[in-house]
Ligand binder design. Structure first.
Ligand code: ADP
Length: 458
């Protein structure tokens, strides 16, 4: 079967949705192809937090000294300067507008009075959607595409890109869930928004043998690098492919990211089996992950008290995950430090000494051991929470090279006509290490540009 649209978009995550909405707004007839039975991708299962410098919540909280320049510097430095400065500049200059677009056009609700300061950021600047997950983002994006009558085809796996004899991309071949082949012709162009390759162990090993089967993944099963492989077949240039990020605190049984453990951003500490802290809890994800793997057993315990729990309310907003962790014996609520230590057989005296130091540092505002950049919180009063966690593959920084208009670039440095890409499938923003809250900022900023560009240029 054959179908014709102006714009064909591969992947219904945050990048694909925002591209679809912008392309439709610019007047194009759009189809969004999603290989899974449901839309949302990793965007849906993420925490959904989004960095935007100088945002309205910062103003509510009296944070008045954040700028696009600071965000730019944090992001480049966070990726060891391996991201493209021109592209990071675009991200930094447009992240706030992307957040405002989500708020005003898509009707995403963000918490008015709470922000996260993820590792590597010099300011608290990550907006938090209500519910603290990407569900708020995807639900509202889906409602918008319904309202705009944008065609979404689930169970529709893009297999390859079609080109004409000039090398211009003119469509996509796809297969349905029942194995039927469909050709989607694209009058204006194709946008690849198929996400990363964190769930593809073979591909991970090809680019970085260290990230083999011993790691589970936080990603959806659809995150297999399809868009990278399809574009590579047309000579697309790849970059930063060896940079694969692990998220430090995930479920040791399933690999799923722990959002209950977002209490870390409100002051929870990380300890090892011996009961000692071993890393600054707001360090970069790669640094914390490596530090955890170097501890006894290659795991950590996250430890916090009710006072910290009450700040972000991560237990209430992620009640299902909490109940599951308790049932799995991976999280325990204890009235006393002794009880918490005993549950996981952590050395009690060492843990007590560690906590005593934390309480001191909380008072003086000076963490002499690890220089906690958020300032430690006193753990004097219970009840306490202790949770076992391991690092798990979370984000693939590498991918397609795009230019500032999201056009896909080939090995010779030329534009592949008719082909655009945005989101985790691209490799030019995050360098060796993506900072927390930067994926959401990236996918919406460049997803929107791709949707606008494919229409205005063709
Ligand atoms: P991003 O954050 O870049 O938007 P996501 O992981 O949120 O990425 O979304 C990517 C989406 O693309 C996922 O829903 C995934 O299932 C989908 N996808 C991946 N490969 C294909 C493919 N070959 N055909 C159609 N959809 C795909």
């Amino acid at each position: 079967a054959e179908q014709t649209y102006d714009v064909v978009i591969i992947g219904a995550g945050g990048a694909g949705f925002s591209a679809a909405i912008e392309a439709k707004k610019a007047g194009a007839n759009v189809v969004l192809l999603e290989k899974m039975p449901t839309v949302g991708g990793n965007t849906l299962i993420s925490g959904g937090e989004m960095n935007a410098p100088n945002n309205w919540v910062q103003q509510n909280l009296g944070i008045t000294d954040d700028t696009a320049d600071l965000f730019y510097e944090d992001t480049l430095k966070g990726g060891d300067n391996l991201g493209s400065p021109e592209m990071v500049r675009i991200l930094a200059d447009n992240a706030l507008a992307s957040a405002e677009w989500l708020r005003d056009e898509i009707k995403v609700e963000f918490l008015p009075d709470h922000l996260f300061q993820f590792g590597g950021h010099s300011r608290k600047r990550a907006l938090i959607p209500v519910g603290h997950t990407g569900a708020e983002l995807i639900t509202k994006l889906k409602a918008k595409t319904d309202e705009e009558k944008i065609t979404i085809k689930t169970n529709m796996k893009a297999e390859s890109l079609i080109t004409d004899d000039q090398g211009r991309v003119t469509g996509v071949t796809a297969t349905t869930g029942s194995g039927d082949k469909i050709t989607f012709h694209a009058n204006k162009g194709v946008i690849i928004a198929s996400g990363g390759f964190g769930s593809n162990v073979e591909m991970r090993k090809k680019y970085n043998p260290e990230l083999d089967e011993k790691y589970m993944s936080t990603d959806t099963p659809g995150t297999t690098g399809d868009g990278i492989i399809m574009a590579e077949a047309l000579g697309a240039k790849l970059t930063n492919m060896e940079s694969i990020q692990t998220y430090p605190v995930c479920n040791p049984e399933t690999g799923v990211i722990s959002l209950v453990a977002d209490s870390r951003f409100d002051g929870a500490i990380l300890i090892n089996q011996e009961g000692e802290r071993f890393v600054e809890e707001l360090e970069r994800r790669d640094v914390i992950s490596k530090a955890i793997l170097a501890q006894t057993g290659g795991y950590t315990y996250q430890f916090w008290n009710q006072k910290i729990a009450d700040i972000g309310k991560t237990i209430e907003v992620h009640q299902d995950e909490y109940d599951m962790l308790v049932k799995q014996g991976l999280l325990h609520k204890a009235d006393t430090i002794e009880e918490a230590a005993d549950f996981f057989k952590v050395d009690e005296d060492t843990l007590k000494a560690t906590i005593q130091k934390v309480n001191e540092y909380a008072k003086t505002g000076d963490d002499l051991d690890f220089h906690h950049r958020g300032g430690l919180v006193s753990l004097e009063t219970g009840p306490y929470y202790i949770q076992k966690a391991v690092p798990s593959v979370h984000h693939t920084m590498g991918g397609l090279v795009i230019d500032e208009k999201t056009r896909v670039i080939n090995e010779k440095g030329e534009i592949i006509p008719g082909l655009y890409a945005a989101g985790e499938v691209t490799g030019v923003i995050h360098g060796s290490n993506r900072l927390g809250g930067n994926a959401i900022a990236d996918i919406f900023t460049f997803g929107r540009i791709a949707g606008q560009q494919v229409v205005s240029e063709n």
